[in-house]
Ligand binder design. Structure first.
Ligand SMILES: NC(=O)c1ccc[n+]([C@@H]2O[C@H](COP(=O)([O-])OP(=O)(O)OC[C@H]3O[C@@H](n4cnc5c(N)ncnc54)[C@H](O)[C@@H]3O)[C@@H](O)[C@H]2O)c1
Length: 270
Protein backbone atom coordinates (compact mmCIF):
# COMPACT_ATOMS: atom_id res chain seq x y z
CA UNK A 1 0.00 0.00 0.00
CA UNK A 2 1.43 3.34 -0.92
CA UNK A 3 -1.27 5.97 -0.98
CA UNK A 4 -0.21 9.49 -0.07
CA UNK A 5 -3.30 10.08 2.04
CA UNK A 6 -1.41 12.19 4.59
CA UNK A 7 0.35 14.40 2.03
CA UNK A 8 0.79 17.89 3.50
CA UNK A 9 -0.24 16.84 7.01
CA UNK A 10 1.83 17.54 10.11
CA UNK A 11 1.77 15.60 13.33
CA UNK A 12 3.27 14.37 16.59
CA UNK A 13 3.95 10.67 17.18
CA UNK A 14 4.67 9.64 20.77
CA UNK A 15 5.67 6.25 22.16
CA UNK A 16 8.12 4.77 19.64
CA UNK A 17 10.66 2.88 21.76
CA UNK A 18 11.97 0.20 19.39
CA UNK A 19 10.96 -1.39 16.08
CA UNK A 20 8.26 -3.50 17.82
CA UNK A 21 6.44 -0.44 19.18
CA UNK A 22 3.09 0.21 17.58
CA UNK A 23 4.10 3.90 17.32
CA UNK A 24 7.25 2.92 15.42
CA UNK A 25 5.15 1.13 12.78
CA UNK A 26 2.76 4.10 12.63
CA UNK A 27 5.68 6.50 12.09
CA UNK A 28 6.97 4.45 9.14
CA UNK A 29 3.50 4.30 7.57
CA UNK A 30 2.87 8.01 8.19
CA UNK A 31 6.11 8.81 6.39
CA UNK A 32 5.09 6.52 3.52
CA UNK A 33 1.70 8.28 3.38
CA UNK A 34 3.41 11.67 2.91
CA UNK A 35 3.15 13.18 6.41
CA UNK A 36 5.80 15.18 8.24
CA UNK A 37 5.96 14.80 12.01
CA UNK A 38 8.04 15.00 15.16
CA UNK A 39 8.74 12.04 17.41
CA UNK A 40 8.52 12.17 21.18
CA UNK A 41 9.14 9.93 24.15
CA UNK A 42 10.00 10.25 27.84
CA UNK A 43 13.61 11.42 28.32
CA UNK A 44 14.56 8.11 29.97
CA UNK A 45 13.18 6.09 27.05
CA UNK A 46 15.20 8.21 24.65
CA UNK A 47 18.35 7.06 26.44
CA UNK A 48 17.50 3.36 26.32
CA UNK A 49 15.40 3.10 23.16
CA UNK A 50 16.42 3.19 19.50
CA UNK A 51 14.40 6.20 18.42
CA UNK A 52 17.39 7.86 16.68
CA UNK A 53 17.28 5.18 13.98
CA UNK A 54 13.60 5.86 13.36
CA UNK A 55 14.12 9.64 13.36
CA UNK A 56 16.78 9.28 10.68
CA UNK A 57 14.67 7.11 8.42
CA UNK A 58 11.65 9.41 8.82
CA UNK A 59 13.62 12.64 8.67
CA UNK A 60 11.91 13.62 11.92
CA UNK A 61 13.04 15.74 14.84
CA UNK A 62 12.94 14.13 18.30
CA UNK A 63 11.44 16.24 21.08
CA UNK A 64 11.67 14.70 24.56
CA UNK A 65 8.57 14.96 26.75
CA UNK A 66 7.38 13.14 29.81
CA UNK A 67 3.67 12.94 29.01
CA UNK A 68 2.73 13.56 32.65
CA UNK A 69 4.35 17.02 32.61
CA UNK A 70 2.27 19.94 31.31
CA UNK A 71 5.43 22.02 30.79
CA UNK A 72 7.05 19.35 28.69
CA UNK A 73 3.87 18.84 26.65
CA UNK A 74 3.68 22.60 26.03
CA UNK A 75 7.26 22.55 24.85
CA UNK A 76 6.47 19.53 22.64
CA UNK A 77 3.68 21.40 20.83
CA UNK A 78 5.67 24.64 20.52
CA UNK A 79 8.77 22.92 19.17
CA UNK A 80 6.75 20.67 16.86
CA UNK A 81 4.88 23.59 15.27
CA UNK A 82 8.19 25.42 14.87
CA UNK A 83 9.97 22.40 13.33
CA UNK A 84 7.09 21.52 11.00
CA UNK A 85 6.22 25.09 10.01
CA UNK A 86 2.62 25.31 11.20
CA UNK A 87 -0.25 23.89 13.19
CA UNK A 88 -0.74 20.15 13.46
CA UNK A 89 -3.21 17.80 11.79
CA UNK A 90 -2.71 14.67 13.86
CA UNK A 91 -1.43 13.55 17.26
CA UNK A 92 -0.74 9.98 18.34
CA UNK A 93 -0.78 9.08 22.03
CA UNK A 94 0.85 5.61 22.22
CA UNK A 95 1.84 5.62 25.87
CA UNK A 96 1.28 3.11 28.63
CA UNK A 97 3.03 1.98 31.78
CA UNK A 98 1.94 0.48 35.10
CA UNK A 99 4.37 0.04 38.00
CA UNK A 100 1.90 -2.46 39.54
CA UNK A 101 1.92 -4.60 36.38
CA UNK A 102 5.68 -4.25 36.02
CA UNK A 103 6.26 -5.32 39.60
CA UNK A 104 3.65 -8.10 39.35
CA UNK A 105 1.31 -6.70 42.02
CA UNK A 106 -2.04 -8.50 41.94
CA UNK A 107 -5.14 -6.37 41.31
CA UNK A 108 -6.38 -7.30 44.80
CA UNK A 109 -3.17 -5.99 46.37
CA UNK A 110 -2.41 -2.74 44.51
CA UNK A 111 0.11 -0.18 45.66
CA UNK A 112 -1.96 3.02 45.46
CA UNK A 113 0.96 5.34 44.76
CA UNK A 114 1.75 3.16 41.78
CA UNK A 115 -1.92 3.17 40.74
CA UNK A 116 -1.77 6.99 40.60
CA UNK A 117 1.31 6.67 38.40
CA UNK A 118 -0.42 4.13 36.12
CA UNK A 119 -3.40 6.44 35.66
CA UNK A 120 -1.25 9.54 35.18
CA UNK A 121 1.07 8.00 32.60
CA UNK A 122 -1.43 5.82 30.73
CA UNK A 123 -4.65 7.87 30.77
CA UNK A 124 -4.49 11.37 32.27
CA UNK A 125 -1.53 12.15 29.98
CA UNK A 126 -4.04 11.79 27.09
CA UNK A 127 -6.19 14.50 28.67
CA UNK A 128 -3.10 16.65 29.23
CA UNK A 129 -2.03 16.31 25.59
CA UNK A 130 -5.54 17.21 24.45
CA UNK A 131 -5.97 20.12 26.86
CA UNK A 132 -2.64 21.71 26.00
CA UNK A 133 -3.40 21.42 22.26
CA UNK A 134 -6.93 22.79 22.79
CA UNK A 135 -5.73 25.80 24.78
CA UNK A 136 -2.85 26.54 22.42
CA UNK A 137 -5.02 26.11 19.29
CA UNK A 138 -2.27 23.76 18.11
CA UNK A 139 -4.43 21.51 15.90
CA UNK A 140 -6.01 22.52 12.57
CA UNK A 141 -9.72 22.08 11.86
CA UNK A 142 -10.58 18.44 11.03
CA UNK A 143 -7.42 17.30 12.81
CA UNK A 144 -7.34 13.87 14.45
CA UNK A 145 -6.09 12.73 17.86
CA UNK A 146 -5.72 9.02 18.61
CA UNK A 147 -4.98 6.97 21.72
CA UNK A 148 -4.35 3.23 21.83
CA UNK A 149 -6.52 1.05 24.03
CA UNK A 150 -7.20 -2.58 24.91
CA UNK A 151 -10.41 -4.57 25.46
CA UNK A 152 -9.57 -4.98 29.15
CA UNK A 153 -11.41 -1.63 29.41
CA UNK A 154 -14.65 -3.61 28.87
CA UNK A 155 -13.88 -7.14 30.08
CA UNK A 156 -11.66 -8.52 32.80
CA UNK A 157 -8.32 -10.03 31.86
CA UNK A 158 -6.30 -11.37 34.78
CA UNK A 159 -2.76 -10.03 34.72
CA UNK A 160 -3.72 -6.74 33.02
CA UNK A 161 -4.24 -5.31 36.51
CA UNK A 162 -4.74 -1.58 36.94
CA UNK A 163 -4.01 -0.97 33.25
CA UNK A 164 -7.66 -1.99 32.71
CA UNK A 165 -8.75 1.01 34.78
CA UNK A 166 -6.35 3.24 32.88
CA UNK A 167 -7.76 2.07 29.53
CA UNK A 168 -11.36 2.60 30.68
CA UNK A 169 -10.36 6.16 31.65
CA UNK A 170 -8.50 6.69 28.37
CA UNK A 171 -11.58 5.70 26.36
CA UNK A 172 -13.78 7.93 28.48
CA UNK A 173 -11.44 10.88 27.91
CA UNK A 174 -11.70 10.35 24.13
CA UNK A 175 -15.51 10.54 24.39
CA UNK A 176 -15.58 13.52 26.72
CA UNK A 177 -12.85 15.59 25.06
CA UNK A 178 -14.11 14.66 21.60
CA UNK A 179 -17.29 16.55 22.41
CA UNK A 180 -15.52 19.80 23.37
CA UNK A 181 -12.87 19.62 20.64
CA UNK A 182 -15.45 18.80 17.98
CA UNK A 183 -17.48 21.85 18.83
CA UNK A 184 -14.51 24.17 19.16
CA UNK A 185 -12.35 23.22 16.18
CA UNK A 186 -13.93 20.17 14.50
CA UNK A 187 -11.03 18.12 15.85
CA UNK A 188 -11.84 14.43 16.24
CA UNK A 189 -10.70 12.26 19.15
CA UNK A 190 -10.80 8.46 19.14
CA UNK A 191 -9.18 5.39 20.66
CA UNK A 192 -8.17 2.27 18.75
CA UNK A 193 -8.58 -0.94 20.74
CA UNK A 194 -5.83 -3.16 19.43
CA UNK A 195 -5.23 -6.95 19.59
CA UNK A 196 -2.47 -8.20 21.90
CA UNK A 197 0.78 -7.22 20.17
CA UNK A 198 4.33 -8.34 20.89
CA UNK A 199 5.92 -5.12 22.16
CA UNK A 200 7.81 -4.11 25.31
CA UNK A 201 4.60 -2.91 27.02
CA UNK A 202 2.57 -5.90 25.78
CA UNK A 203 4.95 -8.66 26.79
CA UNK A 204 5.38 -7.04 30.23
CA UNK A 205 1.86 -8.26 31.13
CA UNK A 206 1.80 -11.51 33.12
CA UNK A 207 0.54 -14.38 30.94
CA UNK A 208 0.86 -12.32 27.74
CA UNK A 209 1.62 -15.45 25.68
CA UNK A 210 -1.71 -17.00 26.70
CA UNK A 211 -3.67 -13.76 26.01
CA UNK A 212 -2.03 -13.61 22.62
CA UNK A 213 -2.73 -17.26 21.66
CA UNK A 214 -6.28 -17.20 23.01
CA UNK A 215 -7.15 -14.03 21.09
CA UNK A 216 -5.53 -15.42 17.96
CA UNK A 217 -7.61 -18.61 18.18
CA UNK A 218 -10.88 -16.77 18.88
CA UNK A 219 -10.59 -13.99 16.28
CA UNK A 220 -11.95 -15.00 12.85
CA UNK A 221 -9.19 -12.95 11.20
CA UNK A 222 -6.55 -13.83 13.81
CA UNK A 223 -4.75 -11.17 15.85
CA UNK A 224 -4.12 -7.82 14.19
CA UNK A 225 -0.40 -7.03 14.16
CA UNK A 226 1.31 -3.68 14.66
CA UNK A 227 1.62 -3.01 10.93
CA UNK A 228 -2.08 -3.44 10.24
CA UNK A 229 -2.82 -1.30 13.31
CA UNK A 230 -0.60 1.35 11.76
CA UNK A 231 -2.53 1.17 8.47
CA UNK A 232 -5.78 1.68 10.37
CA UNK A 233 -4.38 4.63 12.33
CA UNK A 234 -3.23 6.27 9.08
CA UNK A 235 -6.82 6.14 7.77
CA UNK A 236 -7.98 7.73 11.03
CA UNK A 237 -5.50 10.58 10.60
CA UNK A 238 -6.61 11.07 6.99
CA UNK A 239 -9.49 13.05 5.50
CA UNK A 240 -11.34 9.80 4.70
CA UNK A 241 -12.62 9.53 8.29
CA UNK A 242 -13.55 13.14 8.99
CA UNK A 243 -16.87 12.40 10.69
CA UNK A 244 -15.56 9.70 13.05
CA UNK A 245 -15.13 10.99 16.58
CA UNK A 246 -15.64 10.05 20.26
CA UNK A 247 -15.36 6.35 19.38
CA UNK A 248 -13.48 3.38 20.71
CA UNK A 249 -12.70 1.49 17.51
CA UNK A 250 -11.84 -2.19 17.69
CA UNK A 251 -8.92 -3.29 15.57
CA UNK A 252 -8.83 -6.89 16.69
CA UNK A 253 -9.66 -9.30 13.85
CA UNK A 254 -13.21 -9.69 15.21
CA UNK A 255 -12.21 -10.76 18.75
CA UNK A 256 -14.55 -8.35 20.54
CA UNK A 257 -17.68 -9.81 18.88
CA UNK A 258 -16.79 -13.50 19.04
CA UNK A 259 -17.91 -15.78 21.87
CA UNK A 260 -16.32 -19.06 20.81
CA UNK A 261 -14.48 -20.37 17.77
CA UNK A 262 -14.07 -23.85 16.32
CA UNK A 263 -10.31 -23.44 16.51
CA UNK A 264 -10.46 -22.88 20.27
CA UNK A 265 -13.00 -25.70 20.77
CA UNK A 266 -10.74 -28.12 18.94
CA UNK A 267 -7.82 -27.07 21.10
CA UNK A 268 -9.81 -27.50 24.33
CA UNK A 269 -11.17 -30.88 23.26
CA UNK A 270 -7.69 -32.34 22.77
N1 LIG B 1 1.12 -4.37 22.97
C1 LIG B 1 -0.16 -4.65 23.16
O1 LIG B 1 -0.56 -5.82 23.31
C2 LIG B 1 -1.17 -3.53 23.16
C3 LIG B 1 -2.53 -3.82 22.92
C4 LIG B 1 -3.46 -2.77 22.96
C5 LIG B 1 -3.02 -1.48 23.24
N2 LIG B 1 -1.69 -1.23 23.47
C6 LIG B 1 -1.29 0.14 23.79
O2 LIG B 1 -0.47 0.65 22.77
C7 LIG B 1 0.29 1.73 23.30
C8 LIG B 1 1.75 1.56 22.87
O3 LIG B 1 2.31 0.44 23.49
P1 LIG B 1 3.22 -0.63 22.73
O4 LIG B 1 2.52 -1.94 22.86
O5 LIG B 1 3.61 -0.15 21.40
O6 LIG B 1 4.50 -0.76 23.70
P2 LIG B 1 5.85 0.12 23.84
O7 LIG B 1 6.43 -0.34 25.12
O8 LIG B 1 6.66 -0.01 22.62
O9 LIG B 1 5.31 1.62 23.98
C9 LIG B 1 4.92 2.22 25.19
C10 LIG B 1 5.56 3.59 25.19
O10 LIG B 1 5.13 4.39 26.29
C11 LIG B 1 6.24 5.25 26.58
N3 LIG B 1 6.09 5.90 27.88
C12 LIG B 1 6.04 5.30 29.11
N4 LIG B 1 5.97 6.25 30.08
C13 LIG B 1 5.98 7.46 29.44
C14 LIG B 1 5.90 8.82 29.89
N5 LIG B 1 5.83 9.12 31.20
N6 LIG B 1 5.93 9.81 28.97
C15 LIG B 1 6.01 9.53 27.64
N7 LIG B 1 6.06 8.26 27.16
C16 LIG B 1 6.05 7.24 28.04
C17 LIG B 1 7.40 4.26 26.56
O11 LIG B 1 8.66 4.89 26.57
C18 LIG B 1 7.10 3.50 25.28
O12 LIG B 1 7.68 4.12 24.16
C19 LIG B 1 0.09 1.71 24.82
O13 LIG B 1 -0.92 2.64 25.16
C20 LIG B 1 -0.43 0.29 25.03
O14 LIG B 1 -1.15 0.15 26.24
C21 LIG B 1 -0.77 -2.23 23.42
Amino acid sequence: MNHKILEGKRGIITGALDENSIAWRIALKAKEAGATFTLSNAPIALRFGKINELAESCNAEIIPADATSIEEIENLYDKSMEALGGKLDFVLHSIGMSPNVRKKREYSNLNYDWLQKTLDVSAISFHKMLQVAYQKEAINEWGSVLGLSYIAAQRSFPGYGDMADAKATLESIARSFGYYYGIKNKVRVNTVSQSPTKTTAGTGVKGFGSFFDYADKISPLGNADADTCADYCITLFSDYTRMVTMQNLYHDGGFSNTGMSEALMEMLEQ
